[in-house]
Design a protein. Structure first.
Length: 285
């Protein structure tokens, strides 16, 4: 079974570029590059990854693409571009690359995520991306899932992907999250990454095992054909030492069929991001 990690990051850390990395995230305040991740991928039998932007910079996107060219494990890149730019088409042409398959913006960090999602210039930019068959990844928290549904309804000409379960409010439980995200799951062009839960704020006493109902809810409303495993490495390093996203997702999918597991761990990512077939060898991980 081919295994793809649909969501990981690399960066050369500078405080001005990665302002979202706060003082209590010391483990992330360092350069985190392919050689650091490689052993982890081998340990969990991951043959390929999708490398995702972590700051709002076209320069970072160019660097990620250069890094991807030099790194056999990276199969696609989700970058960043200024969607509201009058010169968007020229910017897309300037960063065009065979490994660039999608874009993302950290909407959750906007002063008003709802206003950003409704902005006419932003929406025109997303329409342009979809015309050129770029995936768009939606990064919002539970506070703006309603607006994310409206956004997704407007943009149904190509694939959209919800990052990190839409960052649920874990204090309200999986049933509440399921109700929130069901309208998004009803849109067949929207997939969801099974990622990020371990680092969302938890009520006191909530263990990793207590997160399994969120996976169960996601399986029920998205189905195995629209879910993708993502580690969110290195952000997942913020979880407790005895917790990791690979083990958590394996627990959540243990009762699924081989074909269903294969879809979540690689098949769906290959379809959505148009990944090239993997030449799986003993050293290609």
């Amino acid at each position: 079974m081919m295994r793809i990690d649909s969501h990981q990051h690399f960066w050369r850390y500078t405080p001005q570029d990665y302002r979202w990395i706060s003082d209590d995230m010391a483990v992330l305040k360092q350069d985190l590059l392919p050689e650091t991740l490689r052993l982890t991928l081998q340990r969990h039998d991951i043959q390929g990854t999708i490398l995702v932007q972590a700051c709002s910079s076209a320069g970072e996107t160019r660097w990620l693409l250069e890094l991807a060219e030099q790194t056999d494990v990276v199969r696609a890149v989700t970058g960043w571009v200024d969607l509201s730019s009058p010169g968007l088409q020229q910017e897309l042409e300037a960063i065009s690359h065979p490994l660039l398959r999608g874009f993302r913006h950290q909407i959750q960090d906007e002063t008003s995520p709802a206003q950003w999602l409704a902005d006419p210039a932003i929406n025109a930019g997303v329409r342009q991306l979809q015309r050129q068959e770029y995936v768009y990844e939606i990064l919002v928290t539970h506070r703006h899932l309603t607006e994310a549904v409206q956004f997704a309804e407007r943009h149904d000409q190509y694939s959209l992907v919800l990052d990190h379960f839409g960052k649920p409010d874990l204090s309200l439980g999986a049933a509440h999250w399921k109700q929130q995200v069901a309208p998004l799951a009803a849109l067949k062009h929207v997939s969801c990454k099974l990622s990020g839960l371990l680092t969302e704020p938890r009520p006191a006493g909530m263990s990793a095992r207590d997160l399994l109902p969120y996976f169960e809810a996601a399986l029920e409303i998205f189905g195995t054909e629209r879910l993708m495993f993502g580690s969110d490495w290195p952000v997942c390093l913020l979880a407790d030492a005895d917790e990791n996203p690979w083990d958590l997702c394996e627990q959540a999918t243990a009762t699924l069929s081989i074909d269903e597991q294969a879809a979540i761990y690689g098949g769906n990512a290959c379809t959505v991001y148009r990944l090239q077939p993997l030449a799986i060898t003993g050293n290609d991980s």
